[in-house]
Design a protein around this ligand. Sequence first.
Ligand code: RIB
Length: 316
Amino acid sequence: MMFTTGVSLGTMQELEVMLVGSANIDLVIRTPRFPAPGETLQGSDFQTFAGGKGANQAVAIGKIGGNCGLIAKVGSDGFGKQLIESLRTNNVHINNVLQVSTESTGVAVITVDAQGQNTILVAQGTNGLLAPEEVRQGLSHASFKVLLVQLEIPMEAVMEASKFASGRIFILNPAPAQELSDELLSRVDYLTPNETEAHLLTGILPVDSKSCDQAAAVILAKGVKNVLFTLGSMGSYLANASGGRLFPAIRVTPIDTTAAGDAFNGAFAHYLASGETVDRSIRLANIAGALCTTKPGAQASMPSLAEILLHDQQAL
Ligand code: RIB
């Protein structure tokens, strides 16, 4: 038997940022190096964390005091309950986090090496059941300034969300990497690919200003208004019709880069919605992304507002 809980309230919900995305439980093992195909390696420090790109980005906002809601789908199993609890305690509105009993909650198996780099393998689970009509219902019962979406849910759900872009700022984080239709891209205000995602979308790996500009030109030609590449320890690069510019990262010693992009996207959406300038929003998002790499886990590693502001002052 299937049951669904958490269906949208009839009243209009007032938010800064509305997210549509995934929620996963992350099963994480540290490894001295990544195993080769067919090889068995001894890892260590197994831990379970609340994760998933949509939920991570929502928690990134909630932890810095933003007012956000998430449209997502989890199972009615223990993992689903753990995710709802993490969202709730981190200040995320959960009335559109639906629970179903027909499928298991999404799971990510993650390995983190000695340099803090990771590999992530996701079993989509209930994320794959998020339906366009559920997205439509959640979005049409909320008022929000920024719409933030990733690609760990069905493309039909992403397309439905994109229909609500008009009159708002629509940020699409194209993760995990996949090809995107021109119809979707033409609705995007900010596309935020990392190097791998940019390479898949354009055939160009953005590693410096020249290659960023070349890759951005391909994306901008499809109607995207701004491209914001996340470039790890280099920082981020904004490109639009006025040209391109690098925003350098702050220096940190990373121990786990998992969810750094999520910290960046969440913070960027929050600060834009709060009325900060684009430049300042990128600067603070860079700090959030860098600080996320200094702690283990996904949602557990999202920085607080105090941590971000401290590093903002120190870097002046
Ligand atoms: O971006 C990091 C996230 O990717 C992890 O939390 C994992 O769940 C996958 O969705």
